[in-house]
Each structure stands twice: as structure tokens, then as C-alpha cells.
Ligand binder design. Structure first.
Ligand code: SF4
Ligand code: SF4
Length: 119
């Protein structure tokens, strides 16, 4: 079944948060997967996505124009915080943080969605 993915015309969260994660998620560590060249060191144990730790904030992996058309250029290898930030909760309720961020760029609130959804 085809699903609507609101993220492809949004992307505001990729310009809002510092995307930090355990250093060994990067691919210069055994079993790591996030491209290390797109990360920077925060502490001995943490890295973050380049561009997400400075202002104006914008993750280096984000392509396109926020609020119009965007994509994550490392989608299959994005770090844990990106995988765990939900657009919808299991009952179909939109994440209120998404609606709060979307409003800052003039996008409408997300509709309730009981249907299968893109991750
Ligand atoms: S703020 Fe929500 S809807 Fe917008 S890109 Fe991020 S996860 Fe998707
Ligand atoms: S890695 Fe991808 S999903 Fe995560 S903040 Fe960057 S562009 Fe967004």
C-alpha cells in the first residue's frame, strides 16, 4: 500500500536538533554505519552530525529545501536519534513536536493517521 510521508516536504527537525549519538555508530568503528566523514567529535564517547552543532543549524546529510522538498542523503545509515524520532505514535497520533516545528515554517499540523505509515 502506498503511504504518504510528510517528512519529504518538511525536514525542519534536521535543522533544529543537535544530532548526537554514541561514537561507535560511525563507520570508522567496528559495526558502525553512519558515514564518519559527516560527523564531528563532541566528547570521547559522543559524536554529532556535522552542521547540527552550530548556528544556523542544518545537518550536513540533509538535501533540498526545508518546507518544500528534502531528503536524507544517508537515510539507510542515519544515526539512532533520527530513527527514534517518531512522526506518529503507534495509535496514529501525530508527534506534537513535529507539529510545533512544522508550524515554524508554515506547514499544517499532521492529520491523525490510522493507516500504515512510512518510517
Ligand atoms: S519535523 Fe516531523 S514531519 Fe517534519 S521532517 Fe521531522 S519527523 Fe518529519
Ligand atoms: S542524518 Fe538524515 S534524518 Fe538525521 S538529521 Fe541528518 S538529514 Fe535528518
Amino acid at each position: 500500500m502506498e503511504t504518504w510521508n510528510p517528512c519529504i516536504e518538511c525536514g525542519i527537525c534536521c535543522t533544529h536538533f543537535r544530532i548526537s549519538f554514541y561514537w561507535a555508530e560511525a563507520d570508522d568503528a567496528p559495526g558502525g554505519f553512519v558515514p564518519a566523514g559527516m560527523t564531528e567529535r563532541l566528547t570521547p564517547y559522543l559524536r554529532c552530525m556535522k552542521g547540527s552543532n552550530s548556528m544556523p543549524r542544518r545537518c550536513a546529510a540533509l538535501s533540498g529545501t526545508v518546507g518544500e522538498a528534502v531528503s536524507c542523503t544517508i537515510y539507510e545509515n542515519r544515526p539512532t536519534p533520527c530513527r527514534e524520532f517518531p512522526v506518529y505514535f503507534d495509535d496514529g497520533t501525530p508527534n506534537p513536536k513535529c507539529d510545533e516545528l512544522r508550524a515554524t515554517i508554515g506547514l499544517p499540523p499532521l492529520p491523525f493517521s490510522p493507516l500504515p505509515r512510512a518510517a
